[in-house]
Structure formats: structure tokens, C-alpha cells
Ligand binder design. Structure first.
Ligand SMILES: [Fe+2]
Ligand SMILES: [Fe+2]
Length: 316
């Protein structure tokens, strides 16, 4: 049997040379645990993230909008499924992950604990939340863990449709009546800061980040990604003709980047701790959806069992 040293050497050699780590490869326990935590939280975020938008499917203002939103929400369900599958390759069962989510023990992105009050919120979510997701997820296509990286390739293609879908909703509203433009502004006012929080704590308050960078799970720090997001979004807000709710947001001639105001980390911590405006409601809706879907899981396993018996019979 190979000893741990040589296994560990091989692991580091793979990481250093950009050779993907696969499910069958030896990996340090901490690497496996970090990935299980990150991928399962990511999967939960996709699944819970369907809820605030799902609320608007029946209220979309036209058939075309309804189709696009329906397709987007279904994509998010798919993202959740790829990600649960990717996490399962690391040795955790999907049921266990769902139990963690439903018991309130697992984390998911703080952003999905805010309410969707108007149709413009659907635009703002696509533009900002999916926009932030793209910033986060494009570098994950180069993540050192193969199954996660490969899942991200397809996810990112779909996210870019989501982002356009949202931006186009806002563009239409901003070209519409005064009231419609006000709706868009109000949505930006409410979604801007939570979107910046999506990138997670500042680098100096994010102790696991450095290790994840070394393992090439992460390629950029939280603050780097947040900065990129601001750079991308400011000109898009200008095209819409609405104002980012940050009086300190300003182009810095010296650095060539935008400076922006301080984030309310107390709010972030409260939402992450389960005290956001909709945490309770989201979890209840999620558990109800799971319970309501029990008959589908039962039917699927009964069908699989039947097929298996048929096959065994025909072999015998
Ligand atoms: Fe997604
Ligand atoms: Fe998305």
C-alpha cells in the first residue's frame, strides 16, 4: 500500500500542475470537508433561490415573461441537482445534505432571505444576483475538483441567460412610465447591498479563504470578486438610468477602480444567523415542497424497483 506521504505528494503535484482531482483520487480530509461544505451550500442556495422568484411565476406580466421566468427557475433546480450530485462524489448522501438544510443547520446564500415585493425585483435578481453568481462561478469552472468544475461550465452558460433576462426586464421598466422606472429604482435600492454581501465577508474576516486559494478551489478572494462586480455593474446601472444607492460610490482616478461605501456586516451576520426578513418563511416553504414531493420520489423508486425485477426475471 502506498504511504500517506507519497499520496499527499501526488495530491499537491496534481494541484500545482492543474491536474483535476477526481472522486477516486486520494485527497486530504480537510480538502474533502471543505468541498462538501462549499458544494452543498452552493446546492442549497440554488434550491432555496428558486423560492423568491417562484413567487412571481403566476404574476409575470406577460406570457413571454412567464416562459422566461419559468425556464430560469427550472434551471436553478437543475443547478441544485448537479451540485448535490457533485457533492455525492465526495461521499455524502443527498438525503443527509437535505436533512442538514431542513433542520436549519446548513447555510445557504444570505441573499435569498429577502422578499420579492414587486415585479421589478425579478429584474433586479436576474441582473444583480445572477450577475454576482456569474462572478463567483466563472472562476469555479477552473476549480481543482473535477466534478465541481465540470458542473460549473454548464451552470455558467445558464446564469448568463438569467442575467440577461433580468437586465432586460429592468431595461423595459426603465423605458416605461415614471412609475415603472420608480419600481426599478426601488428594486435596485433594496437589492444592491445584499448583492454585495453575496461575495461573503471581507478578506481579513474570511480565514478559510487562504487555504481554499492554495487548494485552487477558489481562484480569487471575496474582495477581488466584489470589486469586479462593482466595476461591471456601475456602467450597466448608467444605461438603465437608475442610481446605485451608495453616496460614496466614486471612480478613483488614482487606482482606476470604483471606491464604494462600507457594507453593513451586522445585517449580513443577522441574515446568516437565521434572522433575515424571510429565513423562516423560506425554510418552511422548502420543507413543504420536499414533503409535497414525497409521492414523486416514492413513485420513482417503485418504478426503478419494477424495472430491476423485470431485468432480473429476463436474465433468469
Ligand atoms: Fe443557478
Ligand atoms: Fe441563475
Amino acid at each position: 500500500m502506498e504511504n500517506i506521504n507519497s499520496l499527499e505528494d501526488r495530491f499537491h503535484h496534481q494541484i500545482d500542475n492543474e491536474v483535476k482531482i477526481e472522486a477516486r483520487d486520494w485527497m486530504p480530509d480537510a480538502y474533502r470537508k471543505t468541498l462538501i461544505r462549499q458544494i452543498s451550500q452552493h446546492a442549497h442556495s440554488e434550491i432555496v433561490g428558486m423560492l423568491p422568484e417562484g413567487n412571481w411565476i403566476t404574476r409575470a406580466p406577460s406570457l413571454k415573461r412567464k416562459l422566461a421566468l419559468l425556464a430560469k427557475v427550472q434551471d436553478e433546480a437543475g443547478h441544485g441537482l448537479y451540485l448535490y450530485s457533485a457533492a455525492e462524489t465526495l461521499g455524502i448522501e443527498r438525503e443527509e445534505m437535505l436533512n442538514q438544510l431542513h433542520s436549519g443547520k446548513a447555510k445557504y446564500s444570505s441573499i435569498f432571505n429577502y422578499p420579492t415585493l414587486s415585479w421589478a425585483d425579478i429584474g433586479a435578481i436576474g441582473w444583480l444576483v445572477d450577475g454576482a453568481a456569474i462572478m463567483n462561478q466563472v472562476p469555479l469552472c477552473r476549480c481543482s475538483y473535477g466534478p465541481y468544475a465540470r458542473a460549473m461550465v454548464r451552470v455558467c452558460k445558464e446564469e448568463s441567460f438569467h442575467q440577461r433576462q433580468g437586465y432586460e426586464i429592468l431595461l423595459t421598466l426603465c423605458k416605461g412610465s415614471i412609475e415603472q422606472k420608480e419600481m426599478a429604482q426601488d428594486a435596485l435600492n433594496r437589492w444592491w447591498w445584499p448583492s454585495l454581501m453575496m461575495f461573503g465577508p471581507n478578506d481579513d474576516a474570511s480565514p478559510n479563504s487562504a487555504q481554499s486559494m492554495k487548494w485552487k478551489i477558489k481562484r480569487f478572494t471575496n474582495d477581488e470578486l466584489r470589486q469586479r462586480f462593482v466595476e461591471m455593474t456601475v456602467p450597466q446601472a448608467a444605461i438603465l438610468g437608475i442610481t446605485i444607492p451608495d453616496p460614496l460610490l466614486k471612480y478613483n482616478q488614482e487606482t482606476g477602480h470604483y471606491d464604494f461605501g462600507p457594507i453593513d456586516w451586522e445585517e449580513f451576520n443577522q441574515v446568516v444567523a437565521g434572522n433575515g426578513p424571510c429565513n423562516k418563511e423560506r425554510l418552511e416553504a422548502r420543507i413543504k415542497a420536499h414533503d409535497d414531493g414525497a409521492w414523486v420520489r416514492e413513485a420513482a423508486s417503485a418504478y426503478a424497483e419494477k424495472q430491476k425485477n423485470k431485468k432480473e426475471k429476463s436474465v433468469a
